[in-house]
Write a protein that binds this ligand. Structure first.
Ligand code: NAD
Ligand code: UDP
Length: 352
């Protein structure tokens, strides 16, 4: 019997990571998650294991910071990884402006450490979580992978630098294979309602904030800007269901086995733009909850309209998003209503 491919998933207890690990297990991969639980909970790992059924035994978890080089070396010495999917990183734009060194240290030093250990142990295949943020304020739409790149804040700069680092590493040693995935706006949750997004603290992104309003953790949603030149004046983004995004990673892993691939970049989005008000109204419909709104000024640094060209991913990864806004809101609400306090809900019920 052939051994299942073994994938190291950094940040695999987090929002996108947990959904991806589940899809990997269901597709027959064996997965090892390392996460320092800085923005996640180990409960997510046990729920992924439960959702994977028999295949849950192919998941192991290590609470570890990827900057802890000796620990990472020990892991690579004991396990042969076929590839790495690298989610681990800090991702709050506002916080990155307040604490740039923390972001550079975590995201950049973390990635350098990971790449060094991978090289030392001869594992030279990586899928990296980049972001549409590297398109800055796009001058044209939809965003294609060839657009000029820029960054408006330290978080975005870490993504851009890591992309450049991967291109340099590949140029220096063509044995490496990289797939850089530029995510647009991941939302929603697994349809089971067992795993979903559970950010620590007050959410920065639109959907988790709407979710907090719907369950009474926040009084109202602030709409950042109603004077954009968009259909209703509010910002437009390309929201993608997290399960579609997770499936994009299995497609990316398959691509890493293509002998012709070097360092390639793909957008993962739906190609459709949705405004803030459209998203609120779709969520209200899915949940039956009224979301009170406070219309406020634009958020500094925000782009007006961002959506993806999906042609390259469709053609070369043979991957296309299946779900629309309705399913995204349905699954977001299913998760939120069952877990109003995220993975802490059980503890809250017990009065902890
Ligand atoms: P998340 O915060 O839920 O997951 C990231 C995980 O990495 C967390 O579990 C955190 O505890 C872990 N982590 C952070 N630093 C670590 C370290 N030094 N060592 C070990 N573990 C560490 O975020 P997410 O939304 O799942 O995002 C995953 C990746 O995708 C991130 O790199 C993020 O920048 C990128 N991304 C996210 C979005 C989005 O909107 N969610 C968009 C584009 C790109
Ligand atoms: N947004 C908003 N209120 C919030 C959070 C976000 O109006 O509390 C808007 C934001 O201005 C943008 C859209 O929602 O137009 C998506 O924002 P998010 O932070 O989720 O994603 P990003 O701007 O990073 O693409």
């Amino acid at each position: 019997m052939t051994r299942p491919m073994c994938i190291l998933v950094t940040g695999g207890a987090g929002y996108i990571g947990s959904h991806t690990v589940l899809q990997l297990l269901l597709n027959g991969y064996s997965t090892v998650v390392v996460d320092n639980l800085d923005n996640s909970s180990e409960v997510a790992i046990s729920r992924v294991r439960e959702l994977a059924g028999d295949r849950g035994r192919n998941l192991s978890f290590h609470k570890m910071d990827i900057r802890d080089k000796p620990a990472l070396e020990q892991l690579f010495a004991s396990t042969k990884f076929d590839a790495v999917i690298h989610f681990a990183g800090l991702k709050a734009v506002g916080e990155s402006v307040q604490k740039p060194l923390m972001y550079y240290n975590n995201n950049i030093v973390g990635t350098i450490t990971l790449l060094e250990v991978m090289a030392a142990y001869g594992c030279k295949k990586l899928v990296f979580s980049s972001s549409a943020t590297v398109y800055g304020w796009p001058k044209e739409l939809p965003c294609t992978e060839e657009f000029p790149l820029s960054a408006a804040n330290p978080y975005g700069r870490t993504k851009l630098m890591i992309e450049e680092m991967c291109r340099d590493v590949y140029a220096s040693d063509p044995e490496w294979k990289f797939v850089l995935l530029r995510y647009f706006n991941p939302v929603g949750a697994h349809p089971s309602g067992r795993i979903g997004e559970d950010p620590h603290g007050i959410p920065n992104n639109l959907m988790p904030f709407i979710q907090h309003v719907a369950v009474g953790r926040q009084p109202a949603l602030k709409v950042f800007g109603t004077d954009y030149s968009t259909k209703d004046g509010t910002g437009v983004r390309d929201y993608i269901h997290v399960v579609d995004l997770a499936d994009g990673h299995t497609a990316a892993l398959a691509k890493l086995s293509d002998p012709k691939i070097g360092c390639e970049v793909y957008n993962l989005g739906t190609g459709k733009g949705t405004s803030v008000l459209e998203m609120v109204s779709a969520f209200e419909k899915a949940s039956g909850k009224k979301i009170p709104l406070i219309k406020t000024a634009r958020r500094p640094g925000d782009a007006e309209i961002v959506y993806a060209s999906t042609t390259k991913a469709e053609r070369e990864l043979n991957w296309k998003a299946k779900y629309g806004i309705e399913e995204m809101c349905r699954d977001q609400w299913n998760w939120a209503s069952r877990n109003p306090y995220g993975y802490q809900t059980e503890a809250k019920k017990l009065g902890a």
